[in-house]
Write a protein that binds this ligand. Structure first.
Ligand SMILES: NC(=O)c1ccc[n+]([C@@H]2O[C@H](COP(=O)([O-])OP(=O)(O)OC[C@H]3O[C@@H](n4cnc5c(N)ncnc54)[C@H](OP(=O)(O)O)[C@@H]3O)[C@@H](O)[C@H]2O)c1
Length: 320
C-alpha cells in the first residue's frame, strides 16, 4: 500500500455502500461522515444526544448533500457507555441488511479527574471507548459479514508515550484521567489486532483495521454550526501548535481510508504520514498494542464485562 495510491480528497465512488459511525455528531466522526457522504455512501450517524445528532445531520445535509453529493444520512441514538443502548442500536441496524463498514470512533478524550462508572458499573472511559465498541462490533458481526465489510478501531499515538500493560483495565486502583485514556486506546488497538487474528482463524469475511488521526484539533478545523464551534481562545492556542497538529477534517483521512481503500487489509494500522499530521498511510502500531498475550487477555476481560461473545461460527457461514 504505497502512499501515493490514495488521494483523500478524491475518494472512489462509494455509492451503494453503508457505513455506521459512532460519535458522529462532532470531531473526527462528523468529518468522516462528511467525506463518506461526499463520495456517495449512505452513513448511519450515531450519537448519544438527539439534539447534537440533529444538528450534525443538518450540517451534513447542508454542506454535502445539498451541494450535489449523491450520498445520504440517517441518525440513530447510540450511547457507547451504555450496553443496553448498544444492543438496541445494533438490533435496529441488523434489521436493515448488510453493512460495509463500522467506524468505532466515539470516545471520551477528556476523561473525568476522578474515577466514574457507567450505568452498567464499568469504569466510564473503558466503558465508552472500549466495551461499547467491543459489544457493538460483536453484535453487528453477521451484518458486516453479509457485506464483506470492515470494522475500524480508533488508536492513538498516546500508546507510544510509555503506556504500560493494562493489568487493571477498569482502574480500580491508581485512577488518573490520562491513564484511563491511554489504557483505553491500548485496548482498542490491541482488540483491533486480536479481532483480525480471530476473524482470519475463523474464516469470517470481515476485516479489522486500526486507524489513528495523529493530533487533530478543533481550533484548526473549519467552523460548522452546531458541530464545531471552538472559542477564540481555542483557535489561538491550537494555532500555536500548528507545526504539530492538523484539522479534524484531515484527522478523518486515515479513518476513511481504512474504511474505503480496497488495498487496506485486515490487521493494517493507518495514520498520518508525519505521525501527528499528514496524508494517511500505513504505519506500525506501538509494541504494547501488538502483544498477542495482552490482547487475548483484554478480549476475555471484555467478554466478561460486556457479557458478549462474538458469533464467529455463525459469521463464517454468512454469505452475501
Ligand atoms: N483528536 C485527536 O487528536 C485524537 C487522537 C487520537 C485518537 N483520537 C480518537 O478519535 C476519536 C474521536 O476523537 P475526537 O477528537 O473527534 O473527539 P471529540 O471531538 O471530542 O468527539 C468525540 C465524539 O465521541 C462522542 N461520544 C463521547 N462519549 C460518547 C458516548 N458515551 N456515546 C456516544 N458517543 C460519545 C462525542 O459525542 P458528545 O458530543 O455527545 O460528547 C463526540 O461525537 C476518539 O476515540 C479519540 O480517542 C483522537
Amino acid at each position: 500500500m504505497a502512499r501515493g495510491d490514495w488521494d483523500p480528497e478524491n475518494l472512489p465512488d462509494l455509492s451503494g455502500r453503508t457505513y455506521l459511525i459512532t460519535g458522529s455528531n462532532a470531531g473526527l466522526g462528523y468529518f468522516s461522515a462528511e467525506q463518506l457522504v461526499g463520495a456517495g455512501a449512505h452513513v448511519v450517524m450515531t450519537g448519544r444526544s438527539p439534539n447534537r445528532l440533529a444538528a450534525a445531520r443538518a450540517a451534513v445535509t447542508r454542506r454535502v448533500v445539498d451541494a450535489g453529493a449523491s450520498g445520504s444520512v440517517e441518525t440513530l441514538l447510540l450511547d457507547t457507555s451504555n450496553l443496553g443502548s448498544v444492543r438496541a442500536a445494533a438490533a435496529t441496524v441488523k434489521g436493515r441488511g448488510k453493512l460495509d463498514g463500522l467506524l468505532l470512533n466515539a470516545g471520551i478524550v477528556h476523561p473525568p479527574k476522578e474515577r466514574e462508572t457507567s450505568l452498567d458499573g464499568n469504569e466510564l472511559v473503558f466503558a465508552t471507548n472500549v466495551l461499547g465498541h467491543f459489544a457493538l462490533a460483536g453484535a453487528l458481526l453477521l451484518t458486516l459479514a453479509a457485506g464483506r465489510g470492515r470494522m475500524v478501531w480508533l488508536g492513538s499515538m498516546s500508546t507510544s508515550l510509555g503506556a504500560q500493560d493494562p493489568v487493571d483495565p477498569q482502574l480500580h486502583e491508581n485512577y488518573t484521567g490520562w491513564r484511563a485514556y491511554v489504557q483505553s486506546k491500548v485496548a482498542t488497538t490491541a482488540l483491533g489486532f486480536e479481532a483480525d487474528r480471530r476473524l482470519r482463524d475463523a474464516g469470517v469475511p470481515v476485516r479489522s483495521i486500526i486507524a489513528h488521526p495523529g493530533y487533530s484539533v478543533s481550533g484548526r478545523t473549519r467552523g460548522v454550526v452546531g458541530v464545531n464551534e471552538p472559542s477564540r481562545l481555542a483557535r489561538f492556542t491550537d494555532n500555536l501548535q500548528a507545526a504539530l497538529t492538523q484539522s479534524k477534517e484531515r484527522g478523518a483521512w486515515p479513518l476513511v481510508r481504512a474504511l474505503a481503500d480496497p488495498e487496506v487489509e485486515g490487521g493494517d494500522f493507518l495514520g498520518p504520514r508525519f505521525v501527528t499530521r499528514g496524508e494517511p498511510r500505513k504505519g506500525t502500531a506501538s509494541k504494547i498494542t501488538r502483544d498477542p498475550e495482552i490482547a487475548a487477555r483484554l478480549w476475555g476481560v471484555c467478554e466478561d464485562a460486556a457479557g458478549v461473545q462474538w458469533p464467529f461460527l455463525k459469521a463464517t457461514k454468512t454469505r452475501r
